[in-house]
Design a binder for this molecule. Structure first.
Ligand SMILES: [Zn+2]
Length: 966
């Protein structure tokens, strides 16, 4: 794509053309307005095949709400999926299931301050489904019921959504929003609204909000996809032309709230106990810049270039010794339809807050005074692949001028978990930089050294190797090569996307291969090596080199595998292979100065995680499920201190040095001859391993983790002190999959059954807990087998299935009970035939969509290499076809009885005989905890007095402490 873009001819625009909006008609978009005022835009595309994306866009968001309506725009979005004049709740859900969509509000719709959008992806091969989709949109547009019963069911999920937004990130965002929009109606109109209104708004108020604002004049239907556009225009006209609001009065105009400027900067030090990082934000508010003419488009490109160049500068500064910040970025944030802001964000350590602020402001000032260098502009253009480049060869100062030094409309905010600076300190830094600029004291930034043009240094060109063996796998359409250094390369050419090549490399053996004592240090190998530079280049040099290229290579190490991952544009494939060559042929050496910064950063990340309630919960969960297996134990600050960086890097170097251990898969837009030439030149050129490298180890010989799901029932509350009360609930069941053999090879049918059963559970629990009882927002059911050694000789593989949801802390225990009894009911009575059909449809629709994506085929290559079948027969086609056959066999056998049998066979029977139930709950106040302890110490008849005894004791101790003479 990039190459094609560069080949596009230049066009000359007249001054009039620069300033006129381009016509959208001729480009294939059919658009118009129906008799009732509703607009439509229809555009036919060829990919993905047989799918259409349709949306109803309502130009009504939370900003039109009155004070007593705060949150109603979003509630209406929820109610739309509940019931309308023509559809009962079940009908809409059934329709969504028939098109293979996950159902419900916030899955297929969103509400912002300025708009509410409903989106559906529909199979377009069946005109009936498309027609029905338009009927559903027509109902959303003017026939949502908004009855008291509907509202009652939706209050719980919306409230849960409200609660989920109250974590430390959500609180910081809310504070940011209010600060930046202070003085505008937007400041008090976050779409989620107010708790009291979610809990108590009467149905008639909701209904009148809906009828007042949902008017055809304020709505548009947008349709794109693989279809005949004329037919679609006719269809949508028929279905939507009749929509009218139930309110006969004329449609109210949509009010617009423009930017409210302020002359003085605003400062805020925001403290949040659970804050994960110390952040410094500087925002410059401006009115939204429309992009309707070529000239306006050009101006938006200039802004992108400026941001790219600044971000590259910030990245380099972050790599200095003792840097003012770990990282910093500049970007644009579209806040509302009328207001946007340019935001600079830096993360730093506590005692560097003011230094970080000064550094980012000084950089801006430096661009105002000295401009960007040609080199910087050149690489920013390469990065943005712009044809407007000649305009930017001159030093460009204009854009930074707009971020005025006079600080009007500027908002400066820090976020930290305790107070380290004051608002006055922030103001002082802003003035300091202003003064420096006024006095001509802003320095020219360091001139950049020229970036290398190749990953491989001149004179060290690789010695091409050979392809020694080739094998085709016709069913997968893939070819496997064995290279002279014993590396395997498997590739599949597709025409699904012309601009994508996916890469994954795999080697059996990961962190379980080192001893328990060395495990922590080894687990930091990848992180530290990435910070030092993986390819014999420092990260800042690497950034320079790769700017403008779409090719990235990253590495990972898990319990049992080492992997290489990446995605390249076809034109940059050669660079990608050079990176892989360099990964194997260069060694990472720790550089003390950079290590210090890196270790300091890791310390802060670890500390932040300890403040994060969700993290504490997840840690405890793993510890319990894996019965305190060392690999899953929570990580402490003390352990971080014991990490040996030299050993970590040495471990990394050993992990990625022997080409014979690796199989590399490539999927996408490949040209066979060119690709094989490049493979010989770079991958086959990696020298075979010497004696310092580990010898390849077959996957069945890997060291297994010793873990065991606890027996019986384990229930535990994880109490953590939190700023806002919230709760997370988890029920985990042990699952053992028998590995049957058919025709002498392992059969994966059981794992297909498990996936099907998990999908069924998720659908049923969602129906029960969300749609029937209105208690939760969402439920997830996920299997996990990551702890089991991949090809062990056992005849089964052990894992678990986790059911998770968030809820009101007071309801957690009751909801866990409800969920358990639903699983039990399904084990005893089985699902209905319809339930099974729903799950099969969901599965089939996503299967069809996935087949049009490179990632589907790529994952098939990768999972074949990981599979037991491949390990036994070394045939990728066999591994693939057996997986497909297993899926088809299970689909053919699936019915109410067989799914029930699978649920009984795979899960503990009865399900409540063995599980781990964990709830995250807010820490009770100290007094309550003391009362509980005292209660347990007293004989039962005395317990009612416990509260008073404890309270008196606490008061006495407090008095002693406070009144102590100093
Ligand atoms: Zn929602």
């Amino acid at each position: 794509m990039a190459a094609e873009f560069r080949r596009l001819p230049d066009i000359e625009l007249t001054p009039e053309e620069w300033n006129a909006p381009p016509l959208i008609g001729p480009t294939g978009v059919r658009h118009g307005q129906l008799k009732n005022g509703l607009r439509y835009y229809v555009c036919a595309t060829t990919k993905p095949k047989q799918r259409a994306a349709i949306a109803l866009v309502v130009r009504i968001g939370s900003v039109v709400e009155d004070e007593h309506e705060r949150g109603l725009a979003h509630i209406v979005e929820h109610l739309a999926f509940n019931a309308t004049d023509a559809f009962q709740s079940h009908d809409i859900v059934k329709f969504l299931e028939s098109i293979g969509a996950k159902f419900g509000a916030c899955q297929n719709a969103y509400t912002s301050v300025d708009e509410t959008v409903y989106e559906l992806t529909v199979p377009s091969d069946d005109p009936k489904l498309l027609e029905q989709a338009f009927s559903v949109l027509a109902q959303f547009a003017s026939a949502v019921r908004c009855s008291p019963e509907d509202l009652q069911v939706e209050r719980g999920p919306v409230l849960e959504e409200w609660r989920m937004g109250k974590d430390s990130v959500g609180r910081a965002q809310e504070a940011h929003w209010e600060l930046i929009l202070q003085g505008s109606k937007y400041a008090q109109r976050l779409p989620i609204g107010l708790k009291e209104i979610i809990q108590g708004a009467p149905a008639d108020v909701v209904r009148s909000f809906y009828e007042r604002w949902y008017r055809p004049e304020h709505q548009a239907v947008v349709v794109t996809g693989d279809f005949d556009p004329e037919a679609v225009v006719a269809m949508l006209t028929e279905k939507l032309e009749g929509c009218q609001s139930r309110d006969p009065s004329p449609a109210p105009a949509i009010p617009r709230y423009p930017l409210v400027p302020h002359a003085k900067p605003r400062f805020k030090v925001f403290i949040d106990k659970e804050a994960q990082q110390l952040l410094v934000h500087v925002s410059f508010k401006t009115a939204t810049a429309p992009v309707t003419t070529p000239l306006e488009y050009l101006s938006s490109l200039r802004e992108d270039l400026f941001h790219t160049a600044m971000n590259a500068r910030f990245f380099r500064i972050g790599r200095h010794q003792d840097p003012p910040f770990y990282n910093a970025q500049i970007g644009t944030e579209q806040i509302t339809a009328t207001i946007r802001s340019i935001v600079l964000t830096a993360s730093t350590q506590e005692n560097n807050t003011l230094r970080a602020l000064e550094a980012i402001l000084s950089e801006l000032s430096s661009v105002r005074v000295h401009g960007l260098s040609k080199r910087e502009i050149r690489s920013a253009i390469d990065y943005n692949i712009s044809e407007a480049e000649s305009l930017y060869i001159e030093r460009d100062q204009v854009y930074a001028e707009e971020l005025r030094g006079d600080t009007s409309n500027m908002v400066v905010k820090t976020v930290s978990h305790r107070r380290v600076v004051s608002e006055d300190d922030l103001a002082e830094v802003v003035q300091k930089v202003e003064r420096a600029e006024a006095n001509g004291e802003i320095e020219i930034p360091d001139t950049l050294a020229d970036a290398p043009t190749s990953v491989i240094p001149p004179g060290k060109e690789p010695q091409a190797g050979e392809i020694v063996h080739r094998r085709n796998f016709p069913k997968l359409g893939a070819t496997e090569l064995v290279l002279s250094n014993d590396m395997k390369v498997c590739y599949k050419c597709t025409d699904l996307l012309d601009d994508q090549i996916l890469v994954t490399g795999l080697a059996p053996g990961g962190l379980t291969e080192v001893s328990q004592d060395e495990y922590r240090t080894a687990s930091f190998g990848v992180t530290l090596a990435s910070e030092m530079g993986l390819f014999g280049l420092k990260p800042e040099v690497q950034m320079d080199l790769l700017m403008g290229k779409r090719c990235g290579v990253s590495v990972q190490e898990s319990a049992y595998w080492r992997s290489i991952g990446g995605e390249q544009a076809p034109v940059d494939l050669e660079m990608g292979l050079q990176l892989i060559y360099a990964l194997f042929t260069t060694a990472v050496t720790p550089i003390p100065a950079e290590l210090d910064t890196c270790m300091q950063y890791l310390r802060e990340v670890t500390l932040a995680q300890l403040r994060n309630p969700m993290r504490r919960f997840a840690d405890r969960m793993r510890q319990l499920i894996y019965n305190d297996c060392y690999f899953y134990r929570p990580f402490s600050l003390r352990e971080l201190a014991s990490v040996d960086p030299d050993k970590a890097c040495a471990h990394f170097n050993r992990s990625f040095c022997n080409p014979a251990e690796f199989s590399l898969c490539f999927t996408g837009s490949l040209k066979v001859d060119e690709f094989e030439e490049l493979v010989k030149r770079y991958l086959a050129a990696i020298p075979p391993a010497d004696t310092t490298c580990p010898a390849p180890k077959p996957p069945d010989k890997l060291n297994p983790l010793n873990f065991k799901f606890p027996d019986g029932v384990v229930r535990e509350d994880v109490r953590v002190s939190m700023v806002e009360s919230m709760s997370q609930a988890l029920i985990a069941f042990p699952v053992r999959l028998a590995i049957a053999t058919t025709n002498g090879l392992p059969c994966s049918k059981e794992s297909v059954w498990l996936v099907l059963v998990c999908k069924l559970l998720e659908t049923k629990l969602m129906q029960k807990l969300r749609f029937e009882f209105g208690e939760v927002y969402t439920v997830a059911v996920a299997p996990s087998f990551g702890a089991e050694a991949p090809c062990s000789s056992k005849e089964y593989s052990d894992g678990d299935v986790a059911v998770t949801f968030s809820c009101d802390p007071d309801n957690a225990q009751r909801l866990i009970k409800m969920a358990l009894s639903e699983v039990q009911r399904l084990q005893e009575e089985g699902p209905s035939t319809e339930d099974v059909r729903t799950v099969l449809t969901l599965d089939q629709r996503s299967w069809e969509t996935e087949q049009q994506e490179n990632s589907f085929w790529h994952n098939n290559l990768v999972s074949s290499y990981k599979s037991r079948t491949y390990h036994q027969c070394k045939d990728l086609d066999v591994a693939y076809t057996r997986r497909v056959e297993a899926r088809e066999a299970v689909r053919a056998e699936a019915n109410a009885a067989s799914v029930q049998a699978a649920l009984c066979r795979l899960f503990p029977l009865p399900c409540h005989s063995r599980y781990v139930a964990l709830t995250l709950l807010p820490q009770k106040p100290l007094l309550d905890r003391m009362v509980e302890t005292t209660k347990n110490l007293l004989p039962s008849r005395e317990r009612s007095r416990a509260y008073w005894i404890t309270a008196a004791a606490v008061v006495a101790v407090a008095a002693l402490v406070l009144l102590r003479p100093r």
